[in-house]
Unconditional design. Structure first.
Length: 272
């Protein structure tokens, strides 16, 4: 159990029913934050990918933390606004937001060319990804500016600088990093930091379904969460604002390690 240095902080993690979002929620809660978690999957299902808000909340409670599950479809701006209404009514402020939610089409195949995939793939990855990050940042910034401090972390990837999966994926991540840079300017005077976080290969449920369990050097689900906690603890977090940074580089800077006590593999691609 890490030092509970975020006691009294309120965090929001979008897309926390599984994957990197779940890992970030677990680490923030273990550090003492009250964590609101969003996602479309409320309860355990028989869907191909495991994970639900209820399961994440149960794991957080097992750590001794507190989670507030708020079902939300991040394609629906009214539902997103409702999440922030719940935050304002319940706890008033927001210290940390991790925007992780991302829409991967069920039929996305990396082997298919652009002209062989449905045009809807663009909307799937832009709407629940880049656009949803903008909408969540819009609402989070209102709360954080009012309290005079905050941290927004956008989960991005090296897809911003090299090809991964699909054209729309890369364009979306590149736009996300640009949005991080642009949002940092007006928010800096209010001591609100905006950072793009690049995990490398992470042992998410989706990756394990494709690659299996043998992934030497891969990051655990909670390694990106350790990076978020390190940023949230840093009184000089504005040094990172507007930048994209890898989880590995943050681990070297702040001195944290992954589960098992070692660092995962160093990513071959770094932000420009």
């Amino acid at each position: 159990m890490p030092t509970r240095s975020l006691e009294g902080a309120v965090a929001l993690v979008t897309g926390a029913s599984r994957g990197i979002g779940k890992g970030c929620a677990l680490e923030l809660a273990a550090a003492g934050a009250l964590v609101y978690i969003t996602g479309r999957t409320r309860a355990r299902t028989t869907a191909p990918l495991p994970g639900s808000l209820e399961e994440t909340a149960a794991e957080i409670e097992a750590l001794g933390g507190t989670a507030v599950p708020v079902p939300c479809d991040h394609c629906d701006d009214h539902q997103v606004a409702g999440v922030f209404d719940v935050l304002r009514r319940s706890d008033g402020g927001l210290h940390v937001m991790v925007h992780n939610v991302f829409g991967v089409p069920d039929n996305l195949e990396a082997s298919l060319q652009l002209w062989e995939t449905p045009i809807s793939h663009w909307d799937d990855m832009m709407d629940v990804g880049t656009r949803s990050a903008y909408v969540a940042t819009h609402f989070a910034a209102r709360t954080m500016v009012a309290r005079g401090a905050g941290l927004i972390v956008n989960v991005s990837s090296a897809g911003a600088v090299r090809f991964f999966h699909h054209l729309a994926y890369g364009v979306g991540k590149c736009a996300l990093d640009r949005m991080t840079k642009e949002a940092a300017h007006p928010l800096r005077p209010h001591r609100v930091a905006v950072v793009s976080l690049w995990p490398y290969l992470v042992k998410t449920e989706r990756v394990e379904r494709v690659a299996g369990l043998a992934m030497p050097g891969a990051e655990s689900l909670r390694f990106p969460g350790k990076a978020v906690v390190a940023l949230a603890r840093d009184p000089n977090v504005l040094r990172w604002s507007g930048r994209a940074v890898t989880t590995w580089d943050l681990a070297r800077h702040y001195g944290f390690v992954d589960e098992g006590g070692s660092l995962p593999a160093e990513p071959p691609w770094k932000p420009d």
